[in-house]
Write a protein that binds this ligand. Sequence first.
Ligand code: FAD
Ligand code: UDP
Length: 387
Amino acid sequence: MFDYVIVGAGLSGSVVAERIANDLNKKVLIIEKRNHIAGNVFDHHNEHGILVHQYGPHIFHTKLKEVWDYISQFTEWNHYHHRVLGSIDGQHVPIPFNLKSLFTLLPQHTAQQLEQKLVTHFGYNVKVPILKLRETSDEQLKWLADYVYEKIFLHYTKKQWDMTPEELNRNVTGRVPVYISNDDRYFQDTYQGLPKNGYTRVVEAMLDHQNIKLMLNTDYKEVVTFNADTGSIMLFGQPFTGQFIYTGKIDELFNYKYGELPYRSLRFEHETIEQEKYQSAGTVNYPNEYDFTRITEFKHLTGQVHPYTSIVREYPQPYSKDIPGMDIPYYPIPQSQNQIVYKQYKQKAKQYNQVVLLGRLAEYTYYDMDACIAKALKVYEQVIRGE
Ligand code: FAD
Ligand code: UDP
């Protein structure tokens, strides 16, 4: 009945499903354990009619024209450039830390000296990861690096990951480098925005095809039996010989054979406030205060006009697959020891050519949306269509 089975109706699974249905004209079954499509990019209108992102703020940004062109087939855009402020010593300054942040937080004369030094050492319009800046031998720049590290990175990272920046792969804090510039946008990518009617509508449009059958509220194990030793696959109790595209957790697929891969989870506290506006930027980060990391006000992102406004606070928390409320694996933890475990699973999966692994969970990779789409399109072209 089905040529392909996909586990997970997030962005990764949905892109592949769309390609298989439209481009290959083959039949595909998607199995999704949540009660909705779109995975972590799911958004919806809340009880007040305000469009909110259920699992935290999602801003689409990419340098990749092919990804932008692909996703733009399914939506028009609200052309939005994300701006983030950090609450530092009672002031709100641009994050990533830039020249405006420098001049807001430090006395004019000191800021001028530091600006000159930054430009001389690194150049103007250059991004310097904080851990690299801390390696500088210049005494004054080292002072600045330590200041930024302490005020912006250390306590935020401890809250977010329960670790210091040094305990994580350097590219985690490298996502938000010090920017020697006055450009206070969070991303400088060529293409940025939010889908005009939300992400769920985008995924709905991708999956709207007679070749695609979707089963919600279903853990794949209820209908698929994957034998992790032989690689054989049964679907509804019958042998299945087509490709099995899996976007869930890779350790779960192999019954945790090599141990559990760690994740970080979050608790989202959504609130609607009976006023038109709450804060002056889309997101305000709180590195040093409160238990939450940031507050996002959705109307900045979506451009929606409404007499009320909705915000979300993000509280980092441990992940546990067995505890409801803590069981969504939002972030793989980027540390080399976890990559060693992941590679054992990946190696095992390679033995089975029916199995295709894709996405944040199956590839255990801190992917942004555009990287997920790029990878899904590549795997579709090279592995699925190329078969
Ligand atoms: P997921 O969305 O996790 O989809 C996997 C799906 O598989 C889920 O729906 C899950 O329920 C399902 N599944 C898992 N196990 C099973 C099972 N056993 N049976 C059936 N179904 C199963 N990216 C950006 O580009 N910009 C942003 O601003 C941004 N902000 C983010 C903010 C937060 C708080 C988080 C957590 C992520 C953010 N991202 C952002 C990243 C983005 O969410 C991911 O890149 C993307 O959603 C990953 O899609 P995916 O399909 O790989 O995974
Ligand atoms: N970070 C920080 N302070 C900030 C913003 C980010 O320390 O004000 C660090 C933190 O470790 C975070 C990482 O940089 O996890 C990446 O931030 P990003 O905003 O990209 O995280 P995401 O949106 O993926 O949660």
